[in-house]
Design a binder for this molecule. Structure first.
Ligand SMILES: [Ca+2]
Length: 353
């Protein structure tokens, strides 16, 4: 007799000792309670968060014109980086008042963009910044320790973000050439864009009306929202889970399904892109935008560029460190243009007058 049979035999014996009439309903009741509890847990938790899907190769772009042409994607040869053409249009920027986690400065309003532009499919990578550094010898503000510090760094043990004098892009999340570069100030990224513009013009791959720069916040959000088709907080829909983006999956959005917190960046393009073929606009690193900060109001606007007098700049999209609410398309971070942190990077745009 094995142990299971022994247990079974003991059960039979117990039922017999109780006359075999009252114990069966009690067992059925207990089973029902267990089944109900499992169902409640299942309804709250759902299935475990699935793993992120395998990476799909990014489609190759072959330039067929000497300079970027409206309506056509462009390969930025200096970096080997795809730039997606974004057709102009109208969209609803900001968030509705019932969006969970929204802030007061996100008032929904109609925005018209009258000019198309190109947006990089990836955040700026370590390989990109190394080319810039090698070509120019540029030292970032963190390396120069302007303002008396290097970079804000998350201390996992203390669960705090602290200033680290020696931290900069060369040693913060420097996990490989295809990881996003961080610890850059807004000023650093604009210097990078000026170098790209000069380099591409000298190579005859940019005309005088075209330049590389940061996207405005409206250009960023328009592309994130797939030219206005996405009205939910994410281009994945109303929820965000850790198989969709690199963020703090311990606090997902719109779901109880707790997922991973990797505590690091991943290579760009590790998660599915949006319908325009743009990756990591939710999570991995926050992304600087060009605008000076100003609160939204509900008025319709055309080609907004923020407040030119503001001493603060916008950043968007959340990061590897952030919980779900900060990864929403409408969320608006802002800080001074000299600031830098270990979860703030950028994505470049190409614009033309
Ligand atoms: Ca991002």
């Amino acid at each position: 007799m094995n142990k299971d049979q022994e247990k079974s035999a003991v059960g039979i014996q117990n039922r017999r000792s109780n006359g075999g009439r009252t114990i069966l309903p009690a067992i059925l009741g207990a089973v029902a309670v267990v089944v109900l509890a499992v169902l409640v847990i299942a309804l709250n938790q759902g299935e475990p968060v699935p793993p992120r899907p395998p990476k799909v190769p990014v489609p190759e772009i072959v330039n067929t014109t000497e300079v970027p042409a409206s309506g056509t994607d462009w390969k930025l040869e200096t970096l080997g980086l795809n730039m997606k053409w974004i057709e102009p249009g109208d969209f609803l920027m900001g968030s509705p008042e019932d969006e969970a986690g929204r802030k007061d400065n996100e008032s929904a309003h109609q925005v018209t963009l009258t000019r198309g532009y190109w947006l990089a499919v990836f955040e700026i990578r370590h390989r990109d910044w190394e080319k810039f550094r090698d070509a120019t010898g540029y030292q970032s503000e963190a390396e120069r320790q302007t303002l008396g510090y290097g970079t804000w760094v998350f201390d996992a043990e203390k669960a705090e973000i602290l200033q680290s004098p020696s931290a900069n892009w060369t040693n913060i999340h420097a996990l490989g050439p295809d990881h996003p570069v961080q610890a850059l100030s807004w000023n650093d990224v604009m210097a990078f864009c000026e170098w790209l513009t000069t380099t591409e013009r000298e190579a005859g791959r940019l005309n005088e009306s075209q330049k590389y720069t940061l996207p405005t916040e409206a250009q960023w959000e328009f592309a994130c929202r797939e030219r206005g088709k996405v009205l939910t907080p994410f281009y994945f829909g109303a929820t965000l889970e850790s198989h969709q983006a690199n963020f703090n999956g311990h606090q997902p959005y719109g779901t109880e399904r707790r997922g991973e917190f990797l505590n690091k960046t991943l290579e760009v393009g590790s998660y599915p892109p949006n319908a325009l073929g743009i990756y990591d606009m939710h999570g991995n690193t926050f992304e600087w935008c060009r605008d000076g900060y100003q609160p939204h109001d509900s008025s319709a606007v055309t080609d907004p560029e923020g407040d030119p007098e503001s001493d603060r700049r916008i950043y968007k999209g959340g990061s590897w460190l952030d919980v779900g609410i900060y990864c929403r398309a409408a969320f608006r971070g802002n800080t001074i243009p000299t600031d830098r942190s270990d979860h703030l990077g950028a994505r470049i745009a190409l614009i033309q007058e």
